[in-house]
Write a protein that binds this ligand. Sequence first.
Ligand code: NAP
Length: 317
Amino acid sequence: MDSIDVLTLVPTSISAYLEQELDKRFNVLKLWTVPVPNKTQFIKDNSSSIRAIVGHGGVGADAELIDSLPNLEIISSFSVGTDKIDLKKCKEKGIRVTNTPDVLTDDVADIAIGLALAVMRRLCESDRYVRSGQWKKGDYKLTTKFTGKTVGIIGLGRIGKAVAKRAVAFSCPIAYFSRTEKLELKYKYYPTVVELASNSDVLVVACPLTEETRHIINREVIDALGPKGVLINIGRGHHVDEPELVSALLEGRLGGAGLDVYQNEPEVPEQLFGFENVVLLPHAGSGTTETRNAMADLVIGNLEAHFLNKPLLTPVV
Ligand code: NAP
């Protein structure tokens, strides 16, 4: 397969293993190494030979890129979320799309619980307290208990269910909102996000980003969660209306937030840096060596299956 041109958008920092395994098998064109002013020309120069794109959660393929590659056959995304790929366009043009579900579920759920604990028990602030020598001047303030608090989950899919399973181990009652009630699960279902937020201590966003879920966390939902409530976002940045989140934190209308994702990554609203009740992660939900390698194997497995005319391992389109 080393004559097949694959355009990759995934830098070494996200997965050196993916880069190495792609290099072993394909003729890899690394768009992320091309300086921004030269990217368009680079794509033009290689447009007729590119048969596959490898994107990730932050950079996918919009209609313009897809239309500029007449021989594109497949987009294999190094992510489970496909919100950065124009799926409609892919369907129209018969371009296959794959993602990396399941293998990252545990890590992302771990991070959701980790963020809840970090925000409520003030783990990051406590760490800074010790390192800066302040403990010698007096004991640290009391924090908020996580065990037993009601955890509300928006999107009870693979990750949402894994968050619920972990929270149950902390004796937390579970409630959720999604488009369909999951009757096979004994968790409390609320038909609106506002009702879920009103009845949750911790609200976890774990749904895909779509037109319906953009700003699913708005002022009304934040106010329903309230001044003791904690928001955890491990979905996508655009789920949260960031200016509303900042205002709520400034005005004490929200108890705290743990965020892994942002609207304009890697830019993060600087106002968030000043809050001790906010914990910020650099979109690292799936960021362990084990999981990123498993994701890379799925990306490669899907590409190989496609070019060998075998069934795709994890098709989206
Ligand atoms: P999944 O198994 O497809 O689950 C998504 C769930 O969201 C489904 O159960 C679905 O249930 C629900 N949903 C869909 N549209 C909804 C809507 N409009 N309102 C409320 N709920 C809705 O996906 P997953 O594997 O759990 O991944 C979920 C998302 O997590 C991904 O799309 C991705 O954006 C994000 N993610 C983030 C990271 C990270 O590093 N932070 C890593 C991996 C994934 P219904 O069909 O019943 O609505």
